[in-house]
Design a protein around this ligand. Structure first.
Ligand SMILES: Nc1ncnc2c1ncn2[C@@H]1O[C@H](COP(=O)(O)OP(=O)(O)OP(=O)(O)O)[C@@H](O)[C@H]1O
Ligand SMILES: [Mg+2]
Length: 524
């Protein structure tokens, strides 16, 4: 035993390979568990560097030769149960994926070096020691934050590398209610609280707005200043169909004539923008445009009624005033419909992208001054696999190029197979909580570099808050029990039965009060 190994579990049997070993458990009381880390000792004939290899248990089974599958006589079972010897023949076997030489993990943490030779049969399999696991997973280096503990070693804290999360993006995927939003809340509160990071969450259900995560928070109301909206945003909010190219032409031309001038002259009168836009549409010349002009005018009227309330002129051009550096910035989209949410997400992603690019290209003299971690809840709505949204273009662009400009993306979804595959496969890091549907599982695996068949099989059996964590942000793939985030209140399951009971009580109280009032009136 070395300082990095715990108790002995068993020995390697069967034919082995450098990536996978089968082992038999020698002491059933050792009870190895799925997801647990083991150290395989290749033996004294191997050099120090190659002697110990870390693996993860990915499969475990138990059996007894006296209870074969073909056994079909219940009386025999009763008799067999009576003999002690029967129990002594119960065995347990497992398979472990070999991940890295222990010495490389210890010296070059988080550097991983996969073994090149298979362990010889009878190699001893040890439980990985706490000291080794802490060295690998509980890094205290700057830029690492804790998000939970190892599920099979709850005494070992589990940390992730935030630089890699932002540089290589992240997807958080799971069935509904498995703990995605809790994971987001935890991550962002620690990124802002411990690292002074800047985070921007698009909050589709006002769930973060109503939580108190204990960090500097800035709520961004879902308002837009039309002076800074671009043409695709107008086209979507005016609901100009994609085949109505004449209407689109009219709108573009009208905006060209006055939007820039108005912005530069410091226009700030509420409401006038829409009137001025209408005027410019009316004034456009061109005989064949008459019906398109009338169409656009009607759409402007409709737009005014529907979206007038989200237009605000006092929102300035300076993005720093809107998305505050060092804050948890939450765009509250709970009260707007999906089309509007799409326009708002598009608006901020577009502006952030250009501003960060400007910052990098001007060596920091202009543009948005700090990197931003952007969280998109309901990614299947904003970045769908089939169909188009305005946000999809910018999400894909940031997924591809964000690294150069310090923009990190976090896509969150309970319907992974409905998320655009390009965007999803650009997220190198994945936190996958419980996921059940076979087509979701297959899709996620096709978009994940590091998700083995064995880890995939673990996903349907995870409990709430348990996750498989993959990607550059973690030194090794891990099964993690995510911490519960204090202060996260939104998104909690509603106690339906209790709500119904309270409603009946309220009604009953209402009747009593009415009855009392009428009795009072009648002087009884
Ligand atoms: N790590 C955890 N430890 C303990 N409880 C948790 C954990 N994660 C989530 N929960 C609980 O599970 C419930 C659902 O969590 P959460 O809202 O994060 O799920 P979700 O995956 O975001 O669901 P949805 O798909 O509906 O958005 C909450 O009541 C939360 O308190
Ligand atoms: Mg959620």
């Amino acid at each position: 035993m070395t300082r990095f190994t715990g108790e002995k579990i068993g020995s390697v049997i069967g034919e082995t390979s450098p990536t996978q070993v089968l082992f038999i458990v020698e002491d059933n009381n050792a009870r190895p568990r799925l997801g647990e880390y083991v150290v395989v000792d290749y033996g004294e004939s191997y050099s120090g560097r190659e002697r110990y290899v870390l693996g993860m248990i990915e499969y475990i089974s138990s059996g007894n030769p006296l209870a074969p599958e073909s056994l079909n006589n219940p009386e025999a079972i009763d008799r067999l149960r009576l003999y002690d010897e029967t129990y002594s023949r119960t065995y347990m076997r497992g398979s472990a994926r070999l991940l890295s030489y222990v010495s490389t993990l210890v010296d070059g943490n988080p550097y991983v070096e996969t073994p090149k030779t298979p362990p010889p049969p009878f190699s001893i399999v040890y439980r990985a020691g706490k000291g080794l696991l802490e060295k690998i997973f509980s890094s205290r280096k700057p830029g690492w934050i804790r998000i939970g503990v190892l599920a099979s070693h709850p005494d070992v804290a589990y940390h992730v590398n935030v630089n890699y999360i932002v540089q290589r993006h992240l997807a958080i995927l799971a069935v509904t209610g498995a703990g995605k939003s809790n994971t987001v809340a935890l991550l962002v509160s620690r990124i802002v609280g411990e690292l002074n990071g800047t985070v921007l969450i698009f909050d589709m259900h006002s769930e973060y707005v109503n939580s108190d995560l204990g960090v500097k928070t800035n709520i961004i109301e879902p308002f837009l200043n039309p002076l800074y909206m671009d043409k695709p945003e107008f086209i979507q909010l005016l609901r100009i169909p994609s085949n109505a190219w004449k209407q689109e032409y009219v709108l573009r031309k009208a905006l060209d004539e006055f939007q820039d001038k108005m912005r530069d002259s410091g226009f700030n009168k509420q409401g006038d923008f829409i009137e001025v836009l209408k005027e410019h549409v009316k004034r456009l010349s061109g005989g064949d445009l008459e019906s398109a002009k009338r169409g656009v005018e009607n759409r402007i009227e409709d737009f005014k009624e529907r979206y007038g309330h989200i237009l605000r002129y006092d929102i300035g051009s300076d993005l720093v005033q809107i998305i505050k550096p060092g804050y948890l910035n939450i765009v509250d989209l709970g009260s707007v419909d999906e089309d509007t949410a799409d326009v708002i997400v598009h608006h901020y992603l577009r502006r952030l992208y250009y501003e960060r690019r400007r910052f990098v290209r001007t060596d920091g003299s202009e543009g948005y001054p700090v990197p931003v971690f952007i969280v998109l809840e309901e990614a299947h709505i904003l970045v769908p696999r089939s169909g188009n949204t305005l946000s999809k273009y910018w999400v894909s662009r940031i997924a591809r190029e964000g690294r150069k400009f310090g923009l990190g993306l976090c896509l969150v979804s309970q319907r992974p197979k409905a998320v655009d595959e390009n965007a999803l496969s650009q997220t190198n890091n994945k936190i996958i909580l419980r996921l059940v549907e076979p087509s979701d599982l297959r899709y996620v695996q096709s978009a994940s570099e590091y998700l083995s068949d064995e880890l995939l099989r673990i996903l349907p059996g995870l409990n709430i808050g348990e996750a498989v964590v993959l990607g550059l942000m973690t030194p090794l793939p891990a099964i993690v029990r995510i911490d519960k985030c204090r202060g996260k209140s939104g998104g909690r399951d509603i106690d339906v039965v209790n709500e119904w009971r309270k409603s009946v009580e309220r009604q009953a109280r209402g009747y009593e009060e009415v009855l009392r009032d009428s009795l009072d009136l009648a002087g009884l």
